[in-house]
Write a protein that binds this ligand. Structure first.
Ligand SMILES: Cc1cc2nc3c(=O)[nH]c(=O)nc-3n(C[C@H](O)[C@H](O)[C@H](O)COP(=O)(O)OP(=O)(O)OC[C@H]3O[C@@H](n4cnc5c(N)ncnc54)[C@H](O)[C@@H]3O)c2cc1C
Length: 440
């Protein structure tokens, strides 16, 4: 019986487990080693807003994992990998042998070396314990300052404002969402969140976070300061690969994987935030630290651990946010220098489109619009489909250029639907998780 060992019980690890079990019905041994119980980081904003309770954060209960016949090593850290003997080493020195290993250890937040960034009431918002800490410390009118105005920071804006806090967002770059939007897009979103009562300070560098009586004082390079009660640092993440240094797995600011989610070692796979996988648009290997990539990597890696030889087409870099009813999306290579692009901004509504082309194929897009505009929500899906399917749009570019808010016709005429409908990631439709069981 093959022995699959999965390190990390987040999105990639959990999807690998369900993929193995939906296919092998229990005819292999699976060991899950994770320092946390399996849960989804993506739902933590809903826990913060109190829309869901803590039990809903977890993706699988211990009973469910036992029902699926998973040997559990939870609350354990893996500290080393011996590929010659196909064995991982846990923090308590226990060695676990594998036939196939999946590394799905995700990423961790990084804080810049600012004096005071480890002080009291300064938090990251990445793990459940961190979410618990923030959730318990805020109440109506608490002054919260978020340092960093990137994607993760924006995933918790709605929750913070719904809890009635007095929110300021601080960003070192000249614009908010610098890796998700261009200047024009960021400008629209900036005005929108300011109109909803959020204070925004861009182009300002924090020099220290000090304590004075019961307050925090954030000091900036330009000599100004800001008083606040609680600081949330959302200043980037790094892949959890330190435990692999000294192993034979090739590391390069992440773990490079091939089109089968395999590392340089034949029976060692990697998936999710830790893995440098194929970008479907550019063909480069890079980390896409987003949920859809973790799901896809986890399922592809698991299929190949079962010996199915399933090739991955690559992941589409995408970020989608709903901020106070404004839907904001960007896909693929929206930021190419000197690119062939169509841009349209509606001066009377918060509405913006940018579509970037390479020889008649759309390779990137930004779409911003109100969520209650049904066409906008639909268009987000269609723009994603056009890029993902690499549909030929030579004959449609002029139409799109004249009517940038009419994507539907190009989407239908280019045959994108026909390409997307029959597509399955791992060769067959997935089974709803609750229907997966092992034969007794
Ligand atoms: C607040 C928040 C909101 C988000 N919202 C979105 C969103 O809206 N859309 C989106 O696409 N993405 C979102 N993300 C990002 C998304 O959650 C991640 O991309 C995803 O969780 C990556 O999955 P993963 O399995 O690679 O890693 P993780 O989910 O981080 O799981 C890795 C697991 O491995 C464990 N581990 C690490 N090292 C070791 C070790 N040495 N030994 C044992 N166990 C170890 C970790 O503790 C963890 O349990 C959000 C993230 C956060 C924090």
């Amino acid at each position: 019986m093959a022995r699959h060992v999965i390190v990390g019980g987040g999105t990639a690890g959990w999807n690998a487990i369900t993929t193995i079990r939906e296919s092998d019905l229990g005819n292999s041994s699976i060991v899950l080693v994770s320092n946390e119980s399996p849960y989804s980081r993506m739902v933590l904003p809903y826990y913060l807003s109190k829309e869901i309770g803590e039990s809903h954060v977890f993706t699988a209960s211990k009973t469910r994992l036992e029902d699926l016949n998973i040997e559990l090593k939870l609350g354990k850290d893996v500290k080393g990998l011996d590929t010659k003997n196909s064995k991982i080493i846990l923090d308590d020195e226990e060695g676990i042998e594998y036939d196939n290993l999946l590394i799905a250890t995700g990423s961790s937040p990084v804080k810049p070396a600012i004096p005071g960034s480890d002080g009291q009431n300064v938090h990251s918002f990445w793990t459940l314990p961190q979410a618990r800490a923030v959730t318990s410390k805020i109440k109506k009118n608490t002054r919260v300052t978020m340092i960093g105005a990137g994607f993760i920071s924006f995933t918790i804006l709605n929750a913070l404002v719904s809890r009635g806090v007095d929110l300021t967002v601080v960003e070192v770059e000249k614009r908010i969402l610098p890796r998700m939007l261009d200047d024009e897009g960021a400008d629209i979103v900036n005005n929108w969140i300011v109109s909803k009562g959020v204070d925004v300070k861009t182009d300002c560098r924090v020099s220290s976070i000090d304590d004075f009586e019961n307050e925090k004082i954030i000091k900036f390079d330009d000599g100004t300061d800001l008083k606040t009660d609680l600081v949330i640092m959302a200043t980037g993440i790094k892949p959890n690969i330190d435990w692999l240094s000294g192993s034979d797995v090739v590391l390069d600011d992440g773990i490079p994987i091939d089109d089968f989610c395999r590392t340089n070692i034949a029976n060692v796979y990697a998936a999710g935030d830790v893995a440098k996988g194929l970008n479907i648009v550019t063909g480069e290997r890079e980390i896409h630290a987003i949920e859809p990539t973790a799901v896809q990597h986890g399922r592809i890696a698991a299929s190949n651990m079962l010996g199915k030889e399933i090739q991955y087409k690559g992941s589409l870099l995408m970020n989608i946010l709903d901020v106070f009813g404004l839907e904001i999306a960007s896909f693929g290579s929206w930021n190419e220098e000197g690119s062939d692009k169509i841009i349209k901004k509606n001066p009377v509504r918060p509405s913006y489109r940018k579509m970037v082309f390479d020889h008649g194929h759309m390779i990137g897009a930004i779409a911003i619009g109100l969520g209650d505009d049904i066409w906008h929500t639909n268009d987000i899906g269609m723009l994603k489909g056009l890029i993902y399917t690499k549909s030929e749009l030579v004959e449609w570019k002029e139409h799109i250029s004249r009517n940038p808010f009419d994507i539907k016709r190009a989407f239908l005429a280019s045959g994108s639907v026909g390409k997307l409908l029959p597509e399955t990631l791992v060769g067959s439709p997935s089974i709803p998780e609750k229907n997966i069981s092992v034969s007794s």
